[in-house]
Design a protein around this ligand. Structure first.
Ligand code: FAD
Ligand code: NAG
Ligand code: NAG
Length: 453
């Protein structure tokens, strides 16, 4: 089999990481390797706020050369996160924390968390691509369909052009056209019922005390408000409310405000509506800084969160879905790490199966990846439902829930760490192509060198 021309559809985290990992693994093996990333946008988008990178995500990005690029960006490189602290807006009580520093404060596998703006991560990833042999980028290319023959895959773009390759990776996110037009048209994205109402502001605008180190999540009965620094110098705050927003309300307030002109009436009205909504949810908060943030944040954006149902088809003869395109789940600060795991694992498998039919590589990939992804999905869904309004529940049950949260969080954190942080795409054992009868019983049987305290 020859796999010299690889088309990567979508230039987000999964797409760029795949290009980096494939270039590294295949350049020595495939002399005429040519990898092209086709990205819908014309320029990297500045929307999307800040992203939290878990220890695993940082470790993978470091290996791919992205952390070095990010660290060149001065204050925009982001801020180290030792823990995400949870508080109650009802009682002011600390409910628990998600720890990234580990027992001895050295992090996990040598890495802690990091919060940076999405645009900074995107630019760092693109800088790493520039140094990478055999990879190029094309912007303004929207995938609209494709066909496969025995020997080639052809992808069509909305500008009327097309590209031919030996292999195509669908890395085009939750609304993936590669999935809905080619691989698995039945599996459409669906609204989770929860949106982020988010913005960034200068921390100096807030005069009441803020006692968290880098990231705090304050839970009310009607959603949670996350406040986090996102730059090295802790001057910029990223604020995001996770809130149950019904689909009707969504349509009214929503996308237009995202794209509207700053000063337009549509935009001003949308921001006002969102601020009123936040007052209703968090206006009674025990913490004065929360009330201040709601009033002083200059604008608000509504960012509805979509997912796809678990399961489904991941590949055809010459196309495979990676990242959110394959398994967008409710976000829980870890999905970027899953996209990176996908990219690294797939590149490793492909380099071992470079002389085999593509579908053998696809099958091995699925046999290793399906179980941890299904587990992560289940866990993320349980966690996510906590952000739904509990005002309809009786005050007592909401209180009991809150009371038990520190315990349940600790138990969950342990489980989640096992699931999400122990799986290591760099070291899981890949069966050799000769071992045809090989079958995986459980992903936990697979070797992993990373140790978690
Ligand atoms: C509100 C929110 C907050 C989140 N916060 C975090 C967090 O803090 N930490 C974390 O780890 N994860 C977080 N996640 C999840 C994380 O953002 C995703 O899991 C991750 O971005 C997935 O990467 P991806 O490359 O698969 O998809 P994406 O990052 O969505 O990239 C897809 C790319 O494909 C392009 N594209 C789309 N359609 C086409 C097309 N038809 N043709 C060509 N290109 C196309 C897009 O423009 C985009 O560049 C969050 C998600 C949401 C919704
Ligand atoms: C790919 O990169 C290698 C190493 O830099 C280089 O020798 C080779 O010519 C490149 N191949 C193509 C098709 O550009
Ligand atoms: C959340 O509550 C804690 C404890 O009351 C407080 O210290 C912190 O500043 C608050 N964080 C915000 C506004 O997110």
């Amino acid at each position: 089999m020859s796999i010299s021309t690889i088309l990567i559809l979508g230039g987000g985290i999964a797409g760029i990481a795949s290009a980096l990992a494939l270039s590294k693994e295949l350049t020595p093996l495939v002399p005429d390797l040519k990898i092209t990333i086709y990205e819908l946008r014309d320029i990297p988008s500045t929307s999307g706020g800040a992203i939290n990178l878990t220890p695993v995500a940082q470790r993978h990005l470091d290996q791919l050369g992205v952390i070095a690029e990010l660290d060149h960006m001065g204050p925009d490189a982001g801020v180290e996160v030792n823990a995400i602290e949870y508080y109650s807006t009802v009682t002011g009580r600390k409910l628990g924390c998600v720890d990234f520093a580990g027992k001895h404060g050295r992090g996990f596998g040598g890495y802690r968390g990091r919060r940076c703006m999405r645009i900074a991560l995107q630019l760092a990833m693109m800088a790493a691509v520039e140094k990478c042999p055999n990879v190029s980028f094309e912007f303004g290319k929207k995938v609209v369909g494709g066909i496969e023959t025995e020997k080639r895959v052809t992808i069509y773009f909305d500008d009327g052009s097309s590209a031919k390759g030996d292999l195509a990776l669908g890395c085009d996110g939750v609304h993936s056209a590669t999935r809905t037009k080619i691989v698995d048209p039945e599996r459409l994205s669906e609204y989770t019922g929860i949106s982020f109402i988010q913005s960034t502001m200068k921390a100096s605008l807030v005069t009441s005390p803020m006692h968290f180190e880098t990231t705090a999540l304050n839970k009310s009965r009607r959603g949670a408000l996350m406040t986090t620094f996102c730059d090295r110098d802790k001057e910029d705050l990223f604020v995001a409310a996770l809130a149950e927003v019904d689909a009707q309300n969504l349509a009214e307030t929503h996308w237009k405000s995202y794209w509207a002109d700053e000063s337009s009436r549509a935009k001003v009205m949308a921001v006002k509506r969102l601020r009123d909504d936040l007052r209703g949810r968090f206006g009674e908060a025990m913490q004065p800084c929360i009330r201040e943030i709601i009033e002083k944040c200059p604008d608000w954006f509504l960012y509805p969160v979509y997912q796809i149902q678990p399961g489904g088809k991941w590949f055809t003869e010459r196309i495979i879905l990676l990242g959110d395109a394959a398994h967008a789940m409710p976000p829980r600060d870890e999905s970027a790490a899953y996209a990176l795991d996908d990219a690294i694992l797939f590149a490793r498998i492909l380099s071992s199966y470079v002389y085999e039919p593509l579908t053998s590589a696809f099958r091995v990939y699925e046999s290793i990846r399906r179980k941890p992804i299904d587990d992560a999905y289940r866990d993320a869904s349980i966690h996510w439902s906590q952000h739904k309004d509990s005002s309809s529940r009786s005050g007592l049950s909401a209180r009991i829930n809150e009371w038990f949260m520190p315990w349940s969080m600790r138990a969950r954190a342990k489980k989640a760490k096992h699931g999400a942080w122990v799986f290591d795409a760099r070291s899981v054992n890949i069966p050799s192509p000769a071992a045809r009868s090989w079958k995986i019983e459980s992903w936990s049987d697979l070797g992993s060198t990373m140790s978690v305290q």
